[in-house]
Structures are given as structure tokens and as C-alpha cells.
Design a protein around this ligand. Sequence first.
Ligand SMILES: NC(=O)c1ccc[n+]([C@@H]2O[C@H](COP(=O)([O-])OP(=O)(O)OC[C@H]3O[C@@H](n4cnc5c(N)ncnc54)[C@H](O)[C@@H]3O)[C@@H](O)[C@H]2O)c1
Length: 326
Amino acid sequence: MSIQKVLITGVAGYIGSVLLRKLFEQNINVVGIDAFFFGDASLVEEKDNPLFMMYHADIRDIAAMKEIIEKEKPDAIIHLAGVVGDGACKMVPNDADFININASMELLDISDEAGVKRFIFASTCSTYGKMVNDETLTEDSTLRPLSLYAVSKVTFENYMQAKPYDHVTPCILRFATVYGKSPRMRFDLTINDFVRELHLGKELQVFGADLWRPYCHVDDLALSILLALKTDKEAIYKQVFNIGSNDNNFKKSEIVDKIQKVYPNSKVEYVNKDEDPRSYRVNFDKAKKVLGFEPTKTIEDGIEEIKELLDSGVIEDTYENVYRNS
Ligand SMILES: NC(=O)c1ccc[n+]([C@@H]2O[C@H](COP(=O)([O-])OP(=O)(O)OC[C@H]3O[C@@H](n4cnc5c(N)ncnc54)[C@H](O)[C@@H]3O)[C@@H](O)[C@H]2O)c1
């Protein structure tokens, strides 16, 4: 199917602002929706792009969503907007539930009614929570969400899969923990945060050194979305894909080792209390087989990129609230 116009919710965010530019490179029109909870600086350079139509709107305003979808008639919706991360959801639990679940359900319903052809949802591998018996998790493994954030993602995933559809092909992408440079930087993500701390010569405190996580560069997550837009609809209908790479499952201590190769004299303290209970190693074969997805960037690329960003000095104070979600 040829996709000419894509609507992105949460377009100003860390992933959205990267995806937007990748779609422009392919000459695809983008309708952006964002409530600008972290400002709109990530979009300033693109605001006059003729391929871009931006709406400052909240997805909870379902009448506004309906009006935009009916007016713009996008071929596909990429649903990224949400309260993102365990910490952010803990801070505003009611908003998190309402945005990540209720408003998302209504958005999906009106998309189908309006004849939108694809609805791609950004879920997360943290829905797996904690692996049992050292298993490597596939899309069919039991979900054990351990936070409000992960529960909200599982709830909406279940709704997507249970619903009958008239027009939409729904597809769920469970993203690995992301890293790398974006027009909306986030320094609350493990790799970005660790590089920043060691770059600034601080002593890094690491909790849960032995906990496993899969990682994926933000450019590659955007690439996976492009592939989900292009793959035959029969192959993705109501399907779940883990997005990441089998080679990028690491313990936190292994991530630290990689960063310390770049900052050899840096100081790290491993702390054993209050560990985040999440720990999961994930298998990514399905996305490779069905979507043809293979990451193009390594953790080392990401570390180098964040180092260069910090060296460039373009971000004056990386501790400002706009660079973190909680
Ligand atoms: N970053 C990761 O590691 C990661 C991993 C897995 C999944 N995801 C998922 O990918 C998506 C994007 O993540 P991100 O890192 O870009 O997050 P982000 O916080 O940088 O971006 C989210 C954007 O959504 C907007 N938004 C939030 N609520 C809104 C609402 N009610 N109406 C309109 N706009 C709203 C915010 O203003 C923000 O610009 C999220 O759904 C997230 O759960 C992210």
C-alpha cells in the first residue's frame, strides 16, 4: 500500500521528532498532534515544511481528534502520545490512565470509523516486567507488567487485539529501551543519562547492575515504524513485534563498561538497594523475519553521538525539566 499522509500523535517527543524527519525524507506528508508538555522546540526547524501540518491539541479532546482526522484523512496513524515512563506515570496516575488507556481507545475507535488504514501503537518491552527462569522473551511470552506505565500499555494492547475492525489494520510495536540523539533530548533514559553523568565528571550511581534490558537506537525505532507502514497489511494485522536486536540485550553493568571505554577515568558506584524489579532479555526474530527490521546503530554509536552532542554545547543545561519525563 502506498502511504502518502501519516498522522503522528506525540510528534514533538523524543521518538516523534525523529520519525517526522524520516517521513519527510521519504516525501510523506505528516499531520502532527501534540499537547507540547515539553514544549515545541523540537519542531521549530520543520514548522514551514510544506509536507507538515501541525495541530497543538490534546488527544483527550476527542472532538478535536475527530475533526482533525476527518479533515486531514491520513492513511495511517502512529500513536506515540502518552505519559511515558514509570516515574512520569507515578507522578500523574490519573492522567496516565486517561491518556494511555481511555483516550487511546477512543482515538483508535474514531480512526477505524473514519477509514484510516493503519494504526501503529508504540508499546514497550517493559510490559514483560521480569523474566522467569532466565527465559528470553518472545511476543508470545507472558506479560508481567510491574508498573502503572506498563499496565496501561498492556491494557491498550489487549483492547487493540480484542476489537473488531471495519477499516484499520492495527499493529503493536514493543520498543526496547531507547537511546541516542533526538531534537527532543531525553536525559532520563539509561544510556543517555549514564553518558551525561560520566561526561560531566560526576560519580555515577548504578542501581541493579545485573538487571537485563534490551536497547535500541531512536533512529532504528523510527525505521521500524517506516517498515510497519510498508509491510503488507495481512502480515501485521493485530500482530505484536518486539523492536530491538538480539545482540543488544545487556546488563546495566555491561552498558557502564562500554561507556567507561570512552571515559576510562570515570567513577561508578554500584548500589545494591531499592533495585528496579524489571529485568528482561528479549528475542527480536519476528520483526526481522516479517518486517525485515535490522538495527543500523550500535550502543557504541549512541555513546559517541551523545558525547558529541554534549561536547557541542548546544544544550546549555541538560538537567532542565524539558529534557526528562520525571
Ligand atoms: N523512549 C523509550 O524508551 C520508549 C520505549 C518504549 C516505548 N516508548 C513509547 O514510545 C512513545 C513515544 O515515547 P517518547 O520517548 O518519544 O516520549 P516523549 O515523552 O518524548 O513524547 C511523548 C509526546 O507526547 C505528547 N503527549 C503526551 N500526552 C499527550 C496528550 N494527551 N495529547 C497530545 N500529546 C501528548 C508529549 O507532549 C510529548 O511530546 C510512547 O508511547 C512511549 O510509551 C518509548
